[in-house]
Design a protein around this ligand. Structure first.
Ligand SMILES: [Zn+2]
Length: 116
């Protein structure tokens, strides 16, 4: 992924993926109702956006753009390079939990239904 420059704090690095909403609410909606859980999950995924890993600001520009190069040259302390965040891993873990919570009861119900 292209390193991005944060126009707010001057951080250069791979952006973090900011996902709005709450995973706990998403899980609750999936447990109570299938359709609201699905709608909420789709909204969360469609509303996700890249943000600065340091300050969370979404105003990022490519670090190799002329504006970023100019601003980095004026930055007194030089660029701040940050490692990518663990948000993708957290997102995958969340999906795994949702799938486990939804798929496992159906699998158990199917398995118990076959034995009757
Ligand atoms: Zn920032």
């Amino acid at each position: 992924m292209t390193p991005m420059y944060c126009s707010r704090c001057g951080t250069v690095g791979e952006p973090a993926r900011e996902i709005p909403g709450s995973f706990a609410l998403e899980l609750l909606l999936w447990l109570l109702f299938i359709l609201p859980g699905l709608i909420y999950s789709v909204w969360r995924l469609c509303s996700a956006k890249d943000a600065c890993i340091r300050c969370g600001d979404p105003r990022l520009i490519p670090a190799d753009s002329p504006l970023a190069v100019h601003l980095l040259a004026q930055h007194p302390s030089g660029p701040v390079v940050r490692a990518p965040s663990q948000t993708r891993l957290a997102l995958l873990t969340g999906f795994a939990v949702v799938l486990l919570v939804i798929v496992l009861p159906f699998a158990i119900a199917l398995w118990m239904g076959r034995n009757d």
